[in-house]
Design a protein around this ligand. Sequence first.
Ligand SMILES: NC(=O)c1ccc[n+]([C@@H]2O[C@H](COP(=O)([O-])OP(=O)(O)OC[C@H]3O[C@@H](n4cnc5c(N)ncnc54)[C@H](O)[C@@H]3O)[C@@H](O)[C@H]2O)c1
Length: 345
Amino acid sequence: MRVLVTGHKGYIGTVLVPMLLAQQHEVVGLDSDLFERCTFGEGIEAIPEIRKDIRDVEASDVEGYDVILHLAGLSNDPLGNLNPNLTAEINYRASVRLAQLAKQVGVGRFIFSSSCSNYGAGGEELLNEESAFNPVTPYGESKVGVEKDVSQLADDNFSPTFLRNATAYGVSPRLRFDLVLNNLVAWAFTTGRVYIKSDGTPWRPIVHIEDISRAFIAAMNAPREAVHNEAFNVGRNDDNYRIRELADIVEEVVPGCKVEYAEDGGPDKRCYRVDCSKILRVLPDFKPQWNARRGAEELYAAYQNIGLTLEEFEGEKYKRIAHIQSLLGSGKLDGDLRWKAAVSV
Ligand SMILES: NC(=O)c1ccc[n+]([C@@H]2O[C@H](COP(=O)([O-])OP(=O)(O)OC[C@H]3O[C@@H](n4cnc5c(N)ncnc54)[C@H](O)[C@@H]3O)[C@@H](O)[C@H]2O)c1
């Protein structure tokens, strides 16, 4: 298939692209490359690409593809909180416009990287795709907005699919430390201590970025009827963990480290569990292969391999909000999160 991947230079995109290439798909990327200075370890597989802001996409950029995998955007709550208007502009309005353009030029499939943050604070209840939207942040609101508007575009020739990913983890050429498991292992590795600010009871579903990529691939290869205007939680039911359980796993995987809990740490508001049975039932080709323990082992080995230092861990290179703030502070990005200097196309 001819595939356009937006956000191909991000944490998930740089893992997804090689997996698509391994399946002989013809892949083109589109990304403004906000994290161009943030590569971890070995480089990123080069593919034909359009270096462009998603807000500036034109019909000619999206023409001629069988499917668009749309991942570009501001990718977590802290970044989404930076400027809620911009979050709406980039994550919501530009995504809806991208889908409209895709439909206009005859791209039949559009798979959106949505999020379990659509459900907001869920508590103990297991949330499935029928559960009510209850976004509690600008980031969550932007994802819900896209799902609502893009689902209206579905017709005989245009099939959108919404993949509601759990919190990601895993090693990527664009590694991030602002994700719970990546962060806990990095704390343990660089300081020998894992400090948990809550009481450790909140639930958090997590999913490896390779398994997220498998979900994209399974959805694009599935018969149209199976995925037409459907939403899927992406993860495994067994991978709903309490933060405390994740911390215990990290303590077991990273030799000599100790977990500590804040004395006044109460339960965290961000607590939810998701039911991922639907994707396993409807997309039999989706075979997730990771769990938290294997993920912690992978991360630990990668940190050892690169000799991760506390300075790097605490620096801005691998934390999205800190990196964007640094680009804003140094004047490389303008207040609209666009590169100031002309970029090569
Ligand atoms: N990582 C997670 O835990 C997670 C969970 C659920 C959903 N998602 C979603 O998956 C997608 C990818 O996430 P990620 O973790 O790889 O994020 P990321 O921040 O690592 O990558 C996002 C990419 O989008 C690009 N981008 C940002 N704004 C852009 C713009 N205006 N124009 C063009 N490109 C732009 C960035 O340069 C970056 O390469 C996002 O939509 C995110 O919301 C991520």
